[in-house]
Write a protein that binds this ligand. Sequence first.
Ligand code: ADP
Length: 291
Amino acid sequence: MQENLLQITALHKTYSNGAQALSGVDLELKNGMFGLLGPNGAGKSTLMRIIATLQRADSGRACFNGIDIADQPMAVRKALGYLPQEFGVYPRVSAQRLLDYIAVLKGVTNKKERKEQIDYLLDQTNLYAYRKQAVSTFSGGMRQRFGIAQALLGQPRLIIVDEPTAGLDPQERYRFLNLLSEIGEHIIVILSTHIVEDVQELCTQMAIMANGRIVQQGSPRKLCEALKGKLWQKQVSKSELRAFQEQLPILSQRLQAGRLQVRVLSDTAPGHGFVAVEPDLESLYFSAVDV
Ligand code: ADP
């Protein structure tokens, strides 16, 4: 098995309207599933587009297996599978033909090999029956699955998926995440998302991004451990919540079976009937992004 390495050093990017999307991002990724979590506007897509060679940073470096991504984009593209948040235009050619075309672009020149890969991916993404249909006629979920198929063509060594499960129903989501995790054992897969469960279920390593910076990085389990003994929970009524909000550092509140479940992050027991709970990724996420 080949070990792959993506090294990102001091990446900065400010858009012409003044929006500071990346303010010094450092990351080092090896084989495996890497989850990049962050709220909307954190800078995830900008970072993904820079790694996918579609955009340039103002300063800093991104290298894949020693190749500078900005200097040699073509070399990186051959090893890359990219599933963007949205494709602009959906062409009026069949899924099968479009995949064939993309495979050629990715350097799969052997026709038999192309057919094998395409048939396998059409099957894996549940699109085989629709292979002769134009991609422009596909539903949202089918387009998403087509996006997955094209990203996996050419046996990439680095896969970037940006908000991949957004348009999928639960069954499709499960199938897609399974496929990704199978592939992710041997290559680098970056899963950029604001959905905590996607990362929790799949990723061995992760980072949390907020305001253009990496605010936490490590294995989900290790990162959660840091909250051990500091997380407290209680079910409260709406009126109680108002009172607690004034007194306690409330981390999150969510409705569960019609009752409000409130969590507090505190080094010491907050009293008032709050009990200690095991840390989970969602609490870690809330504590890191301060939402
Ligand atoms: P995320 O993917 O985490 O939602 P983005 O990278 O899309 O984050 O956005 C980071 C910041 O950069 C946001 O403030 C966003 O408004 C801004 N931004 C993103 N793309 C552009 C663009 N093409 N032009 C101007 N500002 C942009």
